[in-house]
Design a protein around this ligand. Structure first.
Ligand code: GDP
Ligand code: ZN
Length: 458
């Protein structure tokens, strides 16, 4: 039997508690080793605990310091290879670790799936499996109802609406195909399908955008401070940290090569990255070129680009402007206490319509203006912060992404004029992904729904 590698957060989590991300399956060790900085997990002995870091291979960012238990099958709960990643950083850290793992080959486990594997692999018998499943189900149902209550049913009513829209479209298409009264029925259906898939696609995209904002509120706006050496990046970081209460203080004396500071700037949580992060970004363009720097910088939600008032715009500055073009950034012209050498008109030309703030960090001038600019950047477009957190669940985000992908598949099939029953496969998949978000299980198939709601198929 083919099995894939599944993963889930396997401990009840709360801020500050130890949380475990667990993987089971043939690739559990291989996947983890790709993301792990420390000993080579493929070579370590079974049933050992290994200290190291989980790194996002794309951004090279350290997600979390962890203890990883490697347990090779069959002497494990599932009889498969099992890896347990112990995170100490609470909800945010554990979610981030889970996200990285999901992006690198593991699939999110369904509730009870670890137990199911243990059962299928003969590790436990059915009654034991059922007992565990009941417990899990009771927990998740409760968690789900609590979660649903928390979000006022907003997400679920949106999801219901999308599903209903898709369902109706599919039903109409079926009717048109089964009872062709017009010659151009096929074409009409195509058009309707295109319109509906696009509509739902765009709304899901918007929801994911909102999800990103929600994530920002929980994790902080990933903020990179960039600029040439000596322009005042560290000073800026220190100023922001001193002026604003730090939200999270890091574990002291750790060997992290990236230190993050969380500050709250007028209600906007910033996650500032310094030291190695900054040292890298100082000559990032020189080192890896404009295009690749851009890719790295794109990972930030906000970029603070510091220039020196006391120096003319250099080639390096221009390259940095190029690298951040179109991204969310604020230009900070620092050292205004020194004689002017920088042509502000020129800066304006390079920075499109992005905000430009002048500061003298040494004299503590312009800091208020900078903070206003940060707040404005974030709240531009009248984001209602009350709504921001409602799609914050990693599982929901993952499913929304899958739904969006399935719709994109449907849209490209439509574009290629594929038959509608082919297109419907992807629409049905979308419907199912959305169903998983609201806990509508696979037992209610689209076809059942069609029967019950539209009495199709005689
Ligand atoms: P970084 O290399 O970009 O991180 O720059 P630093 O923050 O380490 O600052 C480099 C130097 O510039 C330090 O000596 C700072 O004290 C100084 N500096 C920072 N801001 C100002 C400013 O507004 N005016 C002046 N005159 N010096 C500044
Ligand atoms: Zn510095």
């Amino acid at each position: 039997m083919e099995t894939d590698t599944i993963t889930a957060i396997s401990t009840p989590i709360g801020e500050g508690a130890i949380a475990i991300v667990r993987l089971t399956g043939p690739e559990a060790i291989e996947i983890t080793s790709k993301l792990f900085e420390g000993k080579n997990l493929i070579k370590v002995e079974s049933h050992t605990i290994n200290y190291g870091k989980i790194i996002d291979p794309e951004t090279k960012e350290v997600a979390e310091e962890v203890m990883v238990s490697v347990m090779r099958g069959p002497k494990t709960f599932t009889r498969e290879d099992v890896v347990e990643i112990n995170c100490h950083g609470g909800m945010v850290a554990v979610n981030r670790v889970l996200e990285i793992i999901l992006n690198h080959g593991a699939r999110l486990a369904e509730p009870g799936e670890f137990t199911k594997r243990a059962f299928l692999n003969g590790r436990i018998d059915l009654s034991q499996a059922e007992a565990v499943m009941d417990l899990i189900r009771a927990k998740t149902d409760k968690a789900m109802s609590v979660a649903l209550k928390q979000m006022d049913g907003r997400l679920s009513s949106l999801i219901q609406k999308y599903r209903q829209d898709l369902l109706e479209t599919v039903a109409h298409v079926e009717v048109n195909i089964d009872y062709p009264e017009y010659d151009d029925v096929e074409e009409m259906s195509h058009e309707m399908m295109s319109q509906k898939t696009k509509e739902v696609h765009d709304e899901i995209e918007e929801l994911l955008q909102v999800a990103k904002q929600g994530k920002i509120l929980r994790e902080g706006l990933a903020t990179a401070i960039i600029g040439r050496p000596n322009v005042g990046k560290s000073s800026l970081m220190n100023t922001l940290v001193q002026e604003n209460k730090a939200i999270v203080t890091e574990v002291p004396g750790t060997t992290r090569d990236v230190i993050e500071e969380y500050v709250n700037v007028r209600g906007v949580p910033l996650r500032l990255v310094d030291t190695a992060g900054i040292r890298e970004t100082e000559d990032i363009v020189e080192k890896i070129g404009v295009e690749r720097s851009r890719k790295v910088l794109k990972e930030s939600d906000l970029i603070l680009f510091v220039l020196n008032y006391n120096e003319a715009l250099s080639e390096e500055d221009k390259k940095l402007f190029e690298a951040i073009k179109g991204l969310e950034y604020i230009v900070i012209v620092n050292k205004t206490d020194l004689p002017q050498q920088l042509d502000l008109e020129q800066v304006k030309q390079f920075s499109d319509d992005r905000p430009i703030v002048t500061t003298s960090l040494i004299e503590e001038e312009g800091v208020d203006e900078l903070e206003s600019a940060i707040a404005k950047t974030f709240f531009a477009g009248d984001i209602d912060t009350g709504d921001l957190t409602y799609v914050s669940n990693v599982r929901h985000i993952q499913l929304l992404k899958q739904a969006k992908q399935a719709l994109e598949d449907a849209m490209s099939s439509l574009e290629m004029e594929m038959p509608l029953d082919i297109v419907q496969i992807d629409v049905t998949r979308t419907w199912e992904f959305l169903g998983e978000i609201i806990g509508d299980t696979a037992s209610d198939s689209l076809i059942d729904q069609l029967f019950s709601q539209f009495c199709l198929g005689k």
